[in-house]
Design a protein around this ligand. Structure first.
Ligand code: NAI
Ligand code: MG
Length: 374
C-alpha cells in the first residue's frame, strides 16, 4: 500500500477551521478507494504562532515541507501579529514555500457548481482556470524603502520576468488546456494571455514568449487580453475562457475577482505546483471577520485537497489517488446540487431560506456522501 506523507499547515483564523474538514474528506476518500494511505504531519505556523513563540514557524518546518510528498495549507496572517519591520507575521512562510520549493505554477480553477448562486448574477457557465506565475514579477524580493533620517521617502518594488519563468508557466498552461474539455461557450480549447503589453516591456516579453510556446500547440486557440480590460470581460463573458495565463501580480488580482463568479472566496481552491513539490490551499485568507464561529465555507479547502490527490496521482502514476479525487469532486457537487447543507455564504438568492450549516457539518456531509460510495 502506498503511503503519502502530507505536511499540514492550518495557519491562522479560518485556516484552522477549514483544513480539518479537508483532512476529514481526504480520509473518507482514501478509505473508500483503498490502495493508498495518507499520513499527516501537522506544522504550527502563522501570526498567532508568532505572538506565542516569537517565530513564524518552527526551525525545521521548511525541511518538513520539503521532505513531504505534498503540502496542505490553510492561510496565514492575523491582526496585530506584525514583525518588527512592519511586515505581517506569517506571510513570509507562503513566499518561502513558493520560492524555496520552486512552486512556479499557481493554478486557480474557477468553476460554478450547480446549486451555487454566483455573486455576479446571470452567468451560469463558468469553468476556467487562472494559471498564475508564482515565483517572479513584483513578488521577487527586489524591493526596499528609502529611509532618510527616519522619514520613509521612497519605495521601490522591481518587476522581474525571466525567459525560464515565462516559458515554463506558459507551457504549463497549454498542457493543462490539453487535459480539459474547452471553454463552456463553444467547447474550444483556448489559452488566453493576459498582460499589459501596450505599455510594459515585461509584458511585451511575456507575450512574445507566449507566441513561441503556443506554436508547439497548434490545436489550442490563442487569445489575448489586456489586464485592465480583462477585469470586465471575465465578469461579462466568463463562458469564453478556458485557461488564462498571466504573470504573478495580475494573476493574484484576477483569481480573487473570478471568485465572485463561483459563489465567493469560500469556494475557490488553488494549487502551487512545481516540478518536484506542490502545495495546496484555498484562495482565501484567514477571514478574521468570521473566524472562530464555525461558519467558514470549507469547500475551497476541500477542493484544494482534491487537487492535491490529482497531483499525487499524476506524479506517482497512482490511479487510486485519481479515483479518490473524483469521489471528492462528486461528493462536493452532489452536496451543492442538493442545496440543503451549506455555510451562510451560500445561503443566497434561491437558497436564502436554507438553514445555514456549520463548517464541520459541511465537511461531515461531504465525507458521508463519499463513504456511501464504498
Ligand atoms: P480573506 O480572504 O481572509 O477574506 C475576504 C472576505 O472573504 C471576508 O469577508 C471573509 O469573511 C470572506 N471569506 C474568506 N474565506 C471564507 C470562507 N472560507 N468562507 C466564507 N467566507 C470567507 O481576505 P482579507 O480579509 O483580505 O485578509 C485577511 C487576512 O488573511 C490578512 O491577514 C491577509 O494578509 C491574510 N491572507 C492570507 C492569505 C494566505 O495565507 N494565502 C491569502 C489572502 C489573505
Ligand atoms: Mg491573493
Amino acid at each position: 500500500m502506498r503511503r503519502y506523507r502530507i505536511a499540514v499547515l492550518p495557519g491562522d483564523g479560518v485556516g484552522r477551521e477549514v483544513v480539518p474538514e479537508a483532512v476529514k474528506v481526504l480520509d473518507a476518500a482514501a478509505g473508500a478507494i483503498g490502495g493508498f494511505e495518507l499520513e499527516y504531519i501537522e506544522v504550527p505556523c502563522g501570526g498567532v504562532y508568532y505572538l506565542e513563540t516569537g517565530k513564524e514557524w518552527p526551525d525545521d518546518a521548511f525541511d518538513t515541507c520539503r521532505k513531504a510528498d505534498a503540502v496542505l495549507f490553510g492561510a496565514v496572517g492575523w491582526p496585530k501579529a506584525v514583525l518588527p519591520d512592519g511586515q505581517l507575521a506569517g506571510i513570509r512562510i507562503l513566499l518561502d514555500l513558493r520560492f524555496g520549493l520552486d512552486l512556479y505554477a499557481n493554478v486557480r480553477p474557477a468553476r460554478l457548481y450547480e446549486g451555487v448562486e454566483p455573486l455576479a448574477p446571470g452567468k451560469d457557465k463558468v469553468d476556467f482556470v487562472v494559471v498564475r506565475e508564482n515565483t517572479e514579477d513584483l513578488y521577487a524580493p527586489i524591493r526596499g524603502i528609502l529611509d532618510r533620517g527616519g522619514v520613509e521617502d521612497a519605495a521601490v518594488d522591481v518587476r522581474i520576468l525571466t525567459r525560464k519563468g515565462c516559458e515554463r508557466i506558459i507551457d504549463y498552461a497549454f498542457k493543462l488546456c490539453l487535459s480539459r474539455s474547452g471553454a463552456p461557450a463553444d467547447g474550444k480549447r483556448r489559452v488566453t494571455c493576459v498582460d499589459k503589453s501596450n505599455v510594459l516591456d515585461g509584458c511585451r516579453f511575456f507575450r512574445k514568449i507566449f507566441d513561441e510556446v503556443a506554436a508547439k500547440y497548434p490545436s489550442v486557440e490563442r487569445d489575448y487580453v489586456y489586464v485592465d480590460a480583462m477585469t470586465q470581460w471575465m465578469i461579462r463573458s466568463p463562458e469564453h475562457y478556458d485557461v488564462v495565463v498571466t504573470t504573478n501580480m495580475f494573476g493574484d488580482i484576477l483569481s480573487d475577482l473570478s471568485s465572485v463568479l463561483i459563489g465567493g472566496m469560500g469556494m475557490a481552491p488553488s494549487g502551487n505546483i512545481g516540478d518536484r513539490h506542490a502545495m495546496f490551499e484555498p484562495v482565501h485568507g484567514t477571514a478574521p471577520d468570521i473566524a472562530g464561529k464555525n461558519v467558514a465555507n470549507p469547500i475551497g479547502s476541500i477542493l484544494s485537497a482534491k487537487m492535491m490527490l490529482e497531483w499525487l496521482a499524476q506524479r506517482n502514476g497512482d490511479s487510486s489517488c485519481s479515483k479518490a479525487a473524483q469521489l471528492i469532486e462528486q461528493g462536493v457537487a452532489e452536496i451543492l446540487a442538493e442545496g440543503k447543507v451549506r455555510t451562510p455564504d451560500l445561503c443566497k438568492g434561491k437558497y436564502a431560506n436554507v438553514k445555514p450549516s456549520r463548517t464541520s457539518e459541511v465537511g461531515d456531509a461531504i465525507a458521508k456522501k463519499i463513504e456511501s460510495r464504498k
